[in-house]
Design a protein around this ligand. Structure first.
Ligand code: ZN
Length: 80
């Protein structure tokens, strides 16, 4: 195991001191963040924008350019 200092306010210190295993709770919460990030990555496909060739994502049936100056976006046709 590794150590990392955390700063707690009075209220969060009170909550942490009442927890049976604060370190385990912190580890579990951090691993949830990792799991969410991995799930998001799997649902998001990254491409190059056809208009400006910068990073670009395809998600939930639409393509959106992340370059604010470009503004390219396209709704994808659903294939049945
Ligand atoms: Zn673009």
């Amino acid at each position: 195991m590794n150590h990392k200092m955390v700063n707690l306010c009075d209220d969060s210190l009170l909550i942490a001191s009442k927890m049976k295993n604060f370190s385990k709770w912190v580890r579990d919460e951090l691993l949830k963040v990792k799991a969410i990030q991995e799930a998001v990555l799997q649902e998001t496909l990254w491409f190059r924008c056809p208009a400006c060739w910068k990073s670009f994502k395809e998600q939930a049936g639409s393509q959106v350019c992340l370059n604010g100056d470009c503004g390219y976006s396209k709704e994808l046709e659903l294939i049945e």
